[in-house]
Design a protein around this ligand. Structure first.
Ligand code: ADQ
Length: 471
């Protein structure tokens, strides 16, 4: 069995925090089985980049991390990754900032990752690189002579061609993806957009899963990520899950709970969600006092201005809506800026009659899948889901809405509150079937299988042309 080398921006150490999610767990088990290594940034800064690698062994998973300079963090992480690519790939060209120093920092840090990782990779290892922070890394590793099987998975959407072309040097960036053997996207929709770019902007051809540009052919596939179903169900059996559920129920006094759980990020559609709930309260006075909306949103990326702005906007929206509708014994919105451990989160989901998941654009969205998983099969709640989340393609039995329309959000809340038990059960059964089957282990195994060496040897890497010449 060849070793798996995972490279991602951050390394989430197993057991290093309750809210780390299924991805770390899923990758950790694959790394443990193959005796592989997880390489990434430590999250720490250093005065001068030394390239010194800190090795650790966490519960059988070997990790290799480096510290980055403040300037690296500003230009690569807060800059190109989170102020250029993140907004652009979430269709927000109005927020995308094109700054040459960001692009320079992004390439510099990717080179640093390549310097760090390349000596750790043996001839037979399989390399799996994750997400928008590290798109050109595969090509940089090839430039250092690596001929290994290499895959890349994009956790966020791939934007339509007409948006992507607004990025300076977009073609150079996309060309770097042709250094991989397999490139994975969350859904067919993002894959379609990628193929469109390949055909229209690069003059490439598509045949089945194969995308060819010049004489380089890669496999581009849709491979939707799931939750760690087993781990999350087990979390629901912990005493603190039951306690949390009871605590929520007691605090609600028979009112219906509507819950939202998201990182505080403009792509999650929180402002629009609050406006949809406000509309529901305006249109349905008979439901006042019968519902409570709890939005859990731990702050993220606070070094980026747009993230500070959204926090301020939500603070003021909450104040306005509660100011207008509250009574001495009823507050319509509880807005909480903190993270919860997996078992407590399970208890919150379980207590909720409605899961309100309304991103404006989302690669997948795991909260939707977690909410459904935590429901009582005999009395399940209703998932209201944005049709612009990748998860909508796997969960068509949710109430699918356009998150920009406060009318649709409001009507869906009313419909969910009035939905008969039979309908709730049949919708839930179809969704849980998909979530249990296409879980994170299924996703990982599918992607790693695609990465396995093909039966017939492909064209040797040294004969492949270098597509990206300029940096
Ligand atoms: P994210 O944008 O972070 O991930 P999401 O898929 O919803 O979005 O995952 C969030 C995870 O964080 C979930 O497991 C959730 O439970 C957890 N979380 C959020 N708020 C929490 C809180 N208050 N307390 C505890 N846990 C909390 C990116 C992409 C997504 C894609 C994932 C995985 O943007 O589209 O689904 O990667 O590929």
């Amino acid at each position: 069995m060849s070793r798996l080398i995972v490279i991602s921006n951050r390394v989430r150490r197993p057991g290093s925090g309750a809210a780390q999610g299924g991805l770390a767990v899923a990758l950790s088990s694959a790394l443990r089985e193959s005796r592989g290594i997880w390489v990434g940034w430590s999250g720490e800064s250093t005065d001068r980049f030394t390239g010194q690698i800190a090795f650790a062994d966490d519960e059988g998973v070997k990790t290799a991390t480096i510290d980055l300079e403040e300037q690296d963090i500003d230009e690569y992480y807060n800059g190109y990754a989170n102020r250029t690519l993140w907004p652009l790939f979430h269709f927000r060209i109005d927020l995308a900032e094109y700054d040459r120093t960001f692009e320079g920092g992004y390439n510099r840090v990717n080179e640093r990752f390549a310097d760090t990782a390349s000596p750790l990779i043996d001839k037979d290892d399989v390399v799996w690189i994750h997400d928008y922070h590290l798109i050109p890394l595969g090509q940089m590793l090839r430039h250092r002579g690596l001929k290994n099987r290499m895959g890349f998975f994009l956790h966020i959407p791939w934007p339509p061609t007409r948006l992507l072309v607004s990025l300076p040097h977009h073609r150079q960036l996309v060309e770097t993806l042709f250094a991989y053997d397999v490139v994975g996207f969350q859904t067919e929709e993002w894959l379609e957009s990628f193929r469109h770019y390949v055909e229209k902007e690069m003059g490439g051809t598509i045949e089945g899963d194969n995308c060819t540009v010049g004489d380089r052919t890669i496999k581009a596939v849709a491979c939707p990520i799931g939750i760690d179903f087993t781990e999350f169900c087990a979390a629901g059996k912990n005493e603190s899950a039951t306690l949390m559920q009871r605590q929520m129920r007691a605090s609600l006094q028979d009112r219906n709970l509507i819950v939202g759980v998201d990182r505080l990020d403009y792509s999650k559609g929180l402002e629009e969600r609050f406006a949809g709930y406000e509309r529901f309260l305006k249109d349905n006075p008979s439901y006042h006092r019968q519902v409570v909306f709890v939005q859990i949103a731990p702050p993220s990326r606070e070094d980026v201005e747009n993230y500070r702005e959204i926090r301020a906007k939500l603070d003021s929206l909450t104040g306005r809506i509660n100011g207008e509708f509250s009574d001495v014994d009823w507050t319509p919105i509880r807005y909480v800026n903190q993270g919860y451990a997996r078992d407590r989160l399970w208890g919150i989901y379980r207590a909720a009659r409605i899961g309100l998941v309304t991103p404006l654009r989302d690669g997948m969205n795991l909260v939707a899948k977690e909410y459904v998983t935590a429901q009582d099969p005999e009395d399940p709640g209703v998932l209201i889901l944005s049709r612009f989340a990748g998860a909508a393609l796997q969960l068509p039995e949710a109430l699918l809405i356009n998150p920009y329309s406060s009318e649709e959000v409001s009507e869906a809340i009313l419909r969910a509150l009035q939905m008969p038990l039979d309908e709730r059960k049949s919708r839930w059964a179809a969704m849980i079937d998909n979530i249990g089957r296409e879980d994170v282990a299924w996703w990982r195994e599918r992607f790693v299988a695609l990465l396995a060496p093909p039966q017939a040897p492909s064209r040797p890497i040294e004969q492949q042309p270098r597509l990206m010449t300029a940096k």
